[in-house]
Design a protein around this ligand. Structure first.
Ligand code: HEC
Length: 161
C-alpha cells in the first residue's frame, strides 16, 4: 500500500467520524416522582440503597450521570442504548412502570442472580466505572435483600411470554 492510499483512507475515516458526531442520540433524565420509586413500594435497607445507587443507578434510574464519552459517537449510541434498555427493564425511580406486581417481584429476585453471575453491572461498564465493582460483601447484602423481597422465578420450562 502506498502513502497516497493511506492518506485517503485516513481522511475518509476522519470524515466519517466527524459526520457521525452530528447523529446525537437523546440523553434523557426523566422527571423523578418520589411516589413511583422502588422505596415507595418495597422496603429497601439503609445499607442496600447505596449499593444500588453506585452500581446500578446510571442505567436503572432516571438520574443517569452521563460520562464525557456519551457525547462522542459511536460510543454515545451504545451508552444511550444501554441506558434506555436498562430503564425499560427496571427503573428504580419508576418502579410503577412495570407491567404488574408479578413482574416486579421477579425483577427483585433477578437482582441477586445477575450480581452473583457477574452479569450486572455489565462488564464494559465495570471497566469504565471502578466504583461500580461489587465486593463479595456487597453481593451478599444485595442477595439477602433480593431473596427476601423477591418472588420465586419461573423455571425455563413454564415460561409463557
Ligand atoms: C451500563 C448499564 C447498566 C448498569 C450499570 C446495570 N444494568 Fe442491569 N441491565 C442493563 C441492560 C441494558 C439490561 C437489559 C438486559 C440486557 O441487555 O442485558 C439490564 C437488565 C437487568 C436485569 C434483568 C431484567 C429482566 O427483565 O430480565 C436485572 C435484574 C438488572 N439489570 C439488575 C441490575 C443491577 C442489580 C445492577 C447493579 C448492580 C445493574 N443492573 C446495573 C444495563 C445496566
Amino acid at each position: 500500500m502506498n502513502m497516497m492510499r493511506l492518506k485517503i483512507i485516513a481522511t475518509v475515516l476522519v470524515a466519517v467520524f466527524l459526520i457521525a458526531q452530528f447523529v446525537q442520540p437523546k440523553r434523557t433524565n426523566p422527571p423523578v416522582v418520589a411516589s413511583r420509586s422502588l422505596q415507595a413500594h418495597v422496603q429497601v435497607p439503609q445499607d442496600v440503597l447505596p449499593i444500588l445507587n453506585k452500581a446500578c443507578g446510571d442505567c436503572h434510574s432516571s438520574q443517569t450521570v452521563w460520562p464525557w464519552y456519551s457525547h462522542v459517537a459511536p460510543l454515545s449510541w451504545m451508552v444511550v442504548d444501554d441506558v434506555n434498555t436498562g430503564r425499560s427493564h427496571i427503573n428504580f425511580q419508576d418502579w410503577e412502570a412495570q407491567v404488574n406486581p408479578k413482574e416486579a417481584g421477579e425483577h427483585l429476585s433477578l437482582i441477586c442472580k445477575e450480581v452473583r453471575d457477574k452479569g450486572m453491572p455489565p462488564f464494559t461498564y465495570r471497566l469504565m466505572h471502578k466504583d461500580s465493582r461489587l465486593s463479595d460483601q456487597d453481593i451478599d447484602k444485595l442477595c439477602s435483600w433480593s431473596q427476601s423481597v423477591g418472588a420465586p422465578l419461573e423455571t425455563e420450562g413454564d415460561h409463557h411470554h
